[in-house]
Write a protein that binds this ligand. Sequence first.
Ligand SMILES: Cc1cc2nc3c(=O)[nH]c(=O)nc-3n(C[C@H](O)[C@H](O)[C@H](O)COP(=O)(O)OP(=O)(O)OC[C@H]3O[C@@H](n4cnc5c(N)ncnc54)[C@H](O)[C@@H]3O)c2cc1C
Length: 422
Amino acid sequence: MKDDLTSLWEATASDAPETVSPKGEHVCDVMIIGGGFTGMSCALQLAKGGASVIVVDAVRPGFGASGRNGGQVIPGLKHDPDTLDQLYGEYTTEFVGKTAETTFDLIKQHGIDCDATPSGWIQGSVKRDHLGWLETRMREWQSRGADVRMLDTTEIQSLTGSERLVGGWFDNRAGQLHPLKYIRGLTRAAQGAGCQVFAPAVVQRVKSVSGKWHAEIADTNASIKSDHLVVATNGYSGDLFPKLRKSLIPVNSFQVATAPLGEEQLAKVLPTKTPVSDSRRIGNYFRIGPGGRLMIGGRGTFTDPVSRAAFQEIISELHAYYPWVKSVPLEFYWAGRLAMTYDHFPHLHRPVENMTMAVGYNGRGVALSTSLGKAIADNLLAPDTPLPLRFRDISPLIAHDMHRAYATIAIWYYRLRDYLES
Ligand SMILES: Cc1cc2nc3c(=O)[nH]c(=O)nc-3n(C[C@H](O)[C@H](O)[C@H](O)COP(=O)(O)OP(=O)(O)OC[C@H]3O[C@@H](n4cnc5c(N)ncnc54)[C@H](O)[C@@H]3O)c2cc1C
């Protein structure tokens, strides 16, 4: 028998919005493949702007990373602001600096009940060697007016209750939410604005006929015709667009959550309930989840886990942060797939004039995918509206079929570098 790998989010979310599989022929201005944050925030903005929109998800909205992640709403990219200015320009830096604000504003505007809290975020470090670049990052954001500051050893340990962390920085623009409640609320808002959402419905083929896209849905006679196609399949990108799939490395991130902690335990661990990510190349993220449970996540295997035995590494990390938590039972184990890119930047493609693809958030997509989906919609509604990233060619990775082998080597290399730093 397989172990129960139901997520804590699944166990505590509101009901899923009603969706049906499509039948017959449908026509719309924009069809979106993928009902995660990217697809659904794009759909909502388009529908509000008067476009007719259809979103199709293979399973249900939020089935992918959007319904499974750590719920940390973090602005910025994994690159520093000065680097972003040089590579993309100040508009991009400003955009990524505001992604958390954009997300919280959207939630407020649509009254989405998803436990959204602008609690700030800590990027902490277990390595003194990392404090220099963390300070550079903090200062670069600070010089752009962001409400951020450094945390010394005493302060980070009192904010996190972990003696493992030696310092870090605090980003007051950030926060957290319940990701499955959020994507379900976003879906309801899009439906309320007139968007049709079809699920389960696997898009198995798209072809261009006289300037329109014709999409075929597996195991049905349904077809959907649209003027524009948005592809938002991220870590779940399959063979519908093989070149796109081969430009990404899908990676599982694993999470576990403890049984509810008591008042005294909660006062010892993350007393201000601020979420934390650690700065290692192969690092962890942790926070307090629904019911006062401590949850932690980090890099898992490439294949989807089928048993709780696969979570041993993440459990060891939990106990390294909080040795006393060894006596607290674990109640939830789950995983989700994110998409890595070779340059750690998200990738925006427009291979032909009437198709847009947005993928590759490298595990930092709650705020970014929400904001990018919205920005794509604004650009489709008014083509003069600039996008925050320039379009790039889709570049399949050489020997992509070997990605597990070379990504494993890369992970060991990163782990070794993490290990060698003090
Ligand atoms: C475990 C985990 C923890 C994470 N934690 C954080 C965090 O704390 N903070 C943060 O900022 N980011 C985090 N991330 C990253 C973040 O969740 C993602 O970047 C973001 O959700 C991506 O959203 P998306 O809409 O692009 O893709 P997804 O949410 O993955 O959606 C893609 C959808 O496409 C659908 N699909 C695929 N192919 C087809 C097809 N042929 N036809 C129809 N539908 C199809 C799938 O069913 C899926 O629902 C985490 C990711 C994971 C996996």
